[in-house]
Ligand binder design. Sequence first.
Ligand SMILES: CC(C)(COP(=O)(O)OP(=O)(O)OC[C@H]1O[C@@H](n2cnc3c(N)ncnc32)[C@H](O)[C@@H]1OP(=O)(O)O)[C@@H](O)C(=O)NCCC(=O)NCCS
Length: 149
Amino acid sequence: MPTDSELFAPCDLGPADYADILDLWRRAGLPVRAEGRDAPEAFARQLAGGAQRVIGVRNEETLAAVAVLTHDGRKGWINRMAVDPMYRRRGLAQRLIAEAERWFREDLGLEVYAALIEQHNSASLALFARAGYRPFDIVYMSKRLRSGA
Ligand SMILES: CC(C)(COP(=O)(O)OP(=O)(O)OC[C@H]1O[C@@H](n2cnc3c(N)ncnc32)[C@H](O)[C@@H]1OP(=O)(O)O)[C@@H](O)C(=O)NCCC(=O)NCCS
């Protein structure tokens, strides 16, 4: 009988996983901009650019967890993490964070890792706090050239 640790090893995801990733984000309640930056061609372009990796955990046909990793040359960012409601509290998000940090540190030589978390998202705040992340009193501002971008 395989252990959770063997079953839930993180793997790289690519364009072939696109539909499963969007489906998981929707199941997990994350916003999906399928006409904008989450469109299939945008997804493929972001991956091809080399500054982004998408990792996840598959259990047979089900995509159980996903996270988008990016870096800006100074910091590694963990974005859009989602775990299927049926697979929560089994350490999957923790394993994705561990793999993200391994990539940032060993392959990219980065020493600062970050995530943007909404203030009301207590599960995600607890997850990152437990992984050693500390909050900063910063206001996130963004400019969008069109709605849905
Ligand atoms: C946040 C989320 C990714 C956590 O995934 P998960 O696989 O269940 O998390 P883990 O099992 O790795 O949890 C590790 C630790 O984080 C903390 N944690 C996780 N979920 C928690 C919750 N709902 N409440 C309190 N603490 C929580 C706990 O310390 C937990 O350790 P424990 O289970 O031993 O107590 C998941 O709840 C999710 O997909 N939420 C919806 C999407 C989302 O908000 N994404 C984050 C965007 S920034």
